[in-house]
Design a protein around this ligand. Structure first.
Ligand code: SF4
Ligand code: SF4
Length: 374
């Protein structure tokens, strides 16, 4: 399989919005320690594979935004079958899952979102989703919060209207109004909020102001470099920082790392943030062995099971159960290949940040896995 097959072409899932939410709330106190122990035993001694704890469920391809780095909005919106989603959630909880991140498209456009959240809550799973902010109102938020949404991400790449419009194709003001509604509707409630900021050539100077914006509201921030398909890289190369811009990005990331040391609410491992510029320099870049094949599951819009958002389908959910899938040779082989050579590496937040986190908890060496140039 050659590396160009790994970043999905323009149809289908938006890998950015689908991948930006991560378990912010896993209530079980020492769960992380126990899970790291089991992962470590599996990797070092070949003990049974631990159950995946994190799943991304792609709810819809519908979206009213028009982001420059995503083509989701160009296709006719389709929704995931509610029956398949319902079964997936139930079985994911049964095999020991902890958290589901709902992606898209724009997850708030999924007609049965509230029911999906309630099914998760009743099954004991925490949930997150990221929104472009265009469907946010008191009613949708109130209902999502009441249905048990644990964590909501709002995408803001810039606080400069012209930059925001160029990156996301809509007016900043609409999203800022949503931010106000969010603040009022969710204040003191159980749903936590974070800002998702996609880093590209256009918004290097916006990263610190976005952090200030979030910190003033007591929200978190997630930074993630823009990921483009091979086709997108050809006609949207203006989104990729050149070397002078990367040097400036390194300075800004350094300043963010300093702010993190002082307690700024960036929901990432410091190493993940610091190496964002290096991801742009060396696109085939990875740092820790990718554990996503063991720790995560991905259900796409067509009810297919994928090893991660980037790699192709390895099974159809219809006709199998999660327990059978998890125990299948196909799934185990995918996990082993992902740790070694199957992909060129990505710097998607929910995978790369997690890999660094697990590797450090397990005590795996972090290697400079730069493989090939841009
Ligand atoms: S908000 Fe932007 S990145 Fe997210 S699905 Fe819509 S077009 Fe894609
Ligand atoms: S590093 Fe892991 S999550 Fe990222 S593309 Fe490769 S296999 Fe998928």
């Amino acid at each position: 399989m050659n590396s160009t097959e790994f970043i999905p072409e323009d149809e289908g899932a938006c890998m950015l919005s689908a991948s930006k939410s991560r378990p912010a709330i896993i209530a079980d106190g020492d769960w992380e320690e126990r899970y790291a122990q089991r992962l470590g035993d599996y990797l070092r001694e070949g003990s049974p594979v631990p159950q995946p704890y994190f799943a991304v469920v792609e709810l819809t391809s519908a979206c009213q935004s028009a982001c420059s780095y995503c083509d989701c909005w160009r296709s006719a919106g389709r929704h995931l079958s509610f029956e398949n989603m319902n079964r997936f959630i139930t079985e994911f909880a049964e095999i020991g899952g902890k958290h589901i991140s709902f992606g898209g498209g724009e997850p708030l456009l999924y007609p049965r979102l509230e029911e999906a959240l309630s099914v998760c809550r009743d099954a004991g799973l925490s949930t997150s989703l990221s929104t472009n902010g265009l469907s946010v109102n008191e009613d949708t938020l109130g209902r999502a919060a009441a249905a048990g949404l644990s964590c909501l991400g709002l995408s803001i790449d810039s606080l400069r209207p012209e930059v925001f419009a160029k990156l996301r194709g809509v007016e900043l003001e609409r999203v800022l109004r949503s931010a106000e509604i969010l603040q009022d509707a969710l204040e003191d409630g159980p749903t936590s909020v974070f800002v998702c900021c996609t880093v590209s050539a256009l918004n290097v100077e916006d990263l610190l102001p976005v952090l200030d914006f979030a910190e003033r509201r007591d929200w978190g921030v997630i930074y993630q470099p823009v990921h483009l398909s091979r086709r997108q890289r050809k006609n949207r190369s203006w989104l990729l920082p050149d070397e002078p811009a990367l040097q400036r990005l390194d300075e800004v990331l350094h300043a963010i790392a300093k702010r993190m040391e002082q307690g700024a609410p960036v929901h990432s491992e410091p190493l993940y943030v610091q190496r964002i510029a290096d991801f742009f320099r060396h696109r085939r870049f990875r740092f820790a062995p990718c554990l996503a094949g063991s720790t995560t599951l991905y259900l796409d819009l067509d009810s297919s099971l994928k090893p991660c958002i980037v790699l192709p389908r390895i099974a159809r959910f219809q006709g199998t159960t999660l327990r059978a899938f998890r125990e299948s040779l196909r799934h185990r082989t995918a996990g082993q290949l992902m740790r070694r050579t199957w992909c060129p590496g990505c710097w998607l937040w929910c995978y790369a940040n997690d890999n660094i986190r697990w590797a450090s908890l397990i005590g795996l060496p972090l290697t400079e896995g730069i493989r090939g140039g841009r």
